[in-house]
Design a protein around this ligand. Structure first.
Ligand code: ATP
Ligand code: MG
Length: 236
C-alpha cells in the first residue's frame, strides 16, 4: 500500500493528502504533539491544511512505527448536527433510522467519543450556522473541551473567529478552555483559493496547485496574554 493509499483509507480528504508540517513557515515551528487553535478572519489562509499537515504526520509516524493510533477529524457543524439528531430521535420515534455513521446514539455517547479520542481535530468552529451557539450546543461542546483539557488530549481547532469572538458567540468558558488547551495561532494573509484560481491560466504552479507568485502569508502568534488580560478586565 502506498502512503497516499494509506492516508486515503484513514479518511484524509484528497486535497489535504500531501499536507505536511514542512509546508508550514519555519517561524511557526509546528510541533507534532502540540494542541493548536488556528484562526484567521478571512477564508483560505491554510488553517485546515495545517490541521491535516499535523494529522498526516501523526498517521504516518504511527504507521511507520506500528503504533496504530487513530485520529478523529470532524467539522464543528457536523458535531452539532450529530447532537441535533439525537434530540430529534428522542423526541420522535418515527425516525429510528436517523443515526450518525459512528453509531453514537445519545449525547452522552457523542461527548464520550470526542472527549476520549486520542487526537481530535475540530474544523471550522464558530461557522455561524443557524442555532450553532444554542445553550444545548455550548454545554455539549464545553463538556468535550473541558474533559480534553483535564486529560491533556491533543486537540487541533480551526476557526474564522478570534477567541474573543468565540467568547461572544458561544460562551467565555469555551474560549477559556481553548486558551488553556491550545497554542493560539493567528494566520493572516490572502485567500489561497483565490490566489491559485486567479493565476491559474498563465503561471506555473507547484505540486499543490498553488501559484508560487501568490501573496505570502504572514503567520503570527496572537498576543494571548494581552487578550486574556482584556478578557478578565471585561469580566470585572
Ligand atoms: N501551506 C500550504 N501549502 C500548499 N497549499 C496550501 C497550504 N495552505 C493551504 N493550501 C491550500 O490552499 C487552499 C485553502 O486552504 P485551507 O482549506 O486550509 O484554508 P482555510 O483557512 O481552512 O479556509 P476556510 O476559512 O475557508 O476554512 C486549499 O486548497 C489548500 O490545499
Ligand atoms: Mg478550513
Amino acid at each position: 500500500m502506498t502512503q497516499d493509499e494509506f492516508l486515503l483509507e484513514k479518511g484524509v480528504p484528497k486535497i489535504y493528502l500531501r499536507a505536511r508540517m514542512s509546508d508550514a513557515p519555519k517561524e511557526l515551528d509546528l510541533d507534532i504533539n502540540q494542541s493548536y487553535y488556528f484562526f484567521s478572519e478571512g477564508p483560505g489562509t491554510g488553517k485546515t491544511y495545517l490541521a491535516w499537515a499535523i494529522l498526516n504526520e501523526i498517521l504516518i509516524t504511527n504507521y511507520v512505527n506500528n503504533l496504530g493510533g487513530e485520529i478523529e477529524f470532524t467539522t464543528a457543524g457536523n458535531l452539532f448536527l450529530m447532537f441535533r439528531e439525537t434530540m430529534q430521535k428522542s423526541r420522535n420515534i418515527l425516525f429510528p433510522k436517523l443515526n450518525n455513521h459512528k453509531g453514537l446514539k445519545t449525547e452522552f455517547d457523542i461527548i464520550q467519543y470526542y472527549s476520549n479520542a486520542d487526537i481530535l481535530a475540530l474544523d471550522d468552529l464558530g461557522g455561524m450556522r443557524p442555532g450553532e451557539s444554542s445553550s444545548y450546543n455550548v454545554s455539549n461542546l464545553f463538556e468535550i473541551l473541558n474533559s480534553r483539557e483535564t486529560e491533556t488530549r491533543q486537540t487541533i481547532i480551526t476557526s474564522n473567529c478570534s477567541l474573543e469572538k468565540i467568547a461572544n458567540v458561544f460562551d467565555d468558558r469555551i474560549a477559556s478552555r481553548i486558551s488553556a488547551l491550545c497554542k493560539i495561532i493567528n494566520l493572516t494573509g490572502a485567500d489561497r483559493r483565490l490566489a491559485s484560481s486567479k493565476s491559474h491560466k498563465n503561471v506555473s504552479t507547484n505540486q499543490n496547485g498553488i501559484s508560487p507568485e501568490m501573496p505570502k502569508i504572514i503567520y503570527q502568534e496572537s498576543e494571548l496574554s494581552v487578550w486574556l488580560d482584556k478578557f478578565s478586565k471585561e469580566k470585572e
